[in-house]
Design a protein around this ligand. Sequence first.
Ligand SMILES: *Cc1c(COP(=O)(O)O)cnc(C)c1O
Length: 397
Amino acid sequence: MSALPNMHDAESIPPEARAEIDRLLQSGDLFRYTAPQDAPVTLLEQEFAQFLGSRYALAVSSCSAALFLSLKALDLPRNAAVLIPGFTFAAVPSAVVHADCRPVLCEVGTDYRIDLDDFAAKLPDVQAVIISHMRGHTSDMDAILTLCAALDVPVIEDAAHSLGTTWRGRNIGTLGRIGCFSFQSYKLINAGEGGILVTDDADLVARAIIMSGAYEQNWAKHGAVHTACATWQNLLPLYNLRLSNLSAAVIRPQIPHIARRVRDGRRNHDHVAHALTASPWINVPSKLSPEERAPDSLQFNLSGMSDDEVLAFVAAAESAGIKVQVFGLSRDNARAFWNWQFLPDLPDLPQTRAMLMRACDTRLPARLTLVECEAVAQLLLTAADQVMSLPTRAYGT
Ligand SMILES: *Cc1c(COP(=O)(O)O)cnc(C)c1O
C-alpha cells in the first residue's frame, strides 16, 4: 500500500508574499491606517470584494470578530434573539453572546444542514439569523432567504469555511445581508489569524468600519463610504478588531490560488466519498443540487455501529495513521452544542445530538494526490471492516 500522506501540514505560503513582507519589515509600516493610501489591508479589501462580487469588504482580526461586528452593525436591541444552527463552531454562539444577543439553536439534519421545519418554526421569534455553512456544507439558501425575506429578518452568513463554494453560481457569503470569512490556518486561505466581512450595504459597512477601530477620520481611507461613515462619527464604540498589514501581505498572494485549491479539494473529496460508498457502515451525505462545494476536509456518518464500535473505528483509523474525530464523542469538542455551557438556557436538540454522535470529521487537504486519497479511503474502509467483522469472527466456529 502507498505510504499515508501527511494529513496535517499546511500548504506553504506563496513565495510572492516575501518581497512585500520584507518591505513592511524594512519600513515598519504595519498599521493599516499609517499610509495615506494603498495599505496592504486596504488592497486586500478591494481585491477580496472584487473576487467575491461584493460592493464592500472590511478586513478584521478573525471571523469571530466579523460575526460580532455584523451583529453590532445590524443595531439589534439588547437581548435580541439570533437563530443559529445547533451544529456550528463555538465561536458563533460566543459572538452572539458577546454582542449582547441571545442565541436560539436550530436543529440540523444528518446532512449537516439546517432543518428547515425547525428553522421555520423558530424564525418568527428571532430578530436575526446566522447561517453557518459548517465545514462548507451549504444549507438550502433558497428556502432560508425566502423565509427570512418574508419576515424581514436579516441573514448573516458564517462562510468561515466556505470560501470558494457557490450556490446557483453565486459565491457563498454574498447571498445574505453580510458574509463573514476566516483566514485562520485551517481555512482555505491561511494567515494564522484574520477575517473579513462582505456586504453591499453602505450604511452597514460604515458602522462596522467605525466599530472595527477606524477612529477619528481613519474611515476616510475606506473609499466610497464617506457619507455613511460621517453620519456615524463619534456615535459608535470602537472595538479595535483591525487586521495588520503583515497579515494582509500573507493573504493577498493566496487569492490567485483559491481556484486551484477549490478544484483540487473538490476532486479529492469526491474521490474519497465515492470510494467510501463500498462500505455498508459509512455514508457521505450528498451535496444539494444548487451547490458546488470547496471542501478541504471530509465528513461522513457511521451507521449500524454502537458507540463502542464507533470508538473502535476511530482507534483503528488512528492506529493506521488517520485522525478521525466524531464530533459528539471526542472530549470537549467545540462543535458539540452541549459543550457551550456558557449559554444560560442550553436546549436539547435530539436530532442534532444523534447526528453528532455518528458524524466523523477528517482533514483532506487539497494538496493530496489522488493516489494518496485512495490510500486514505482504503484505510477508512479497512478500519470499518475490521471493527464490524471482529465480533462475528469471534463467535464463529
Ligand atoms: C473557523 C470558523 C469560525 C471562526 O473563525 P475564526 O477566524 O477562528 O474566528 C467560525 N465559524 C466556522 C464555521 C468556522 O469554521
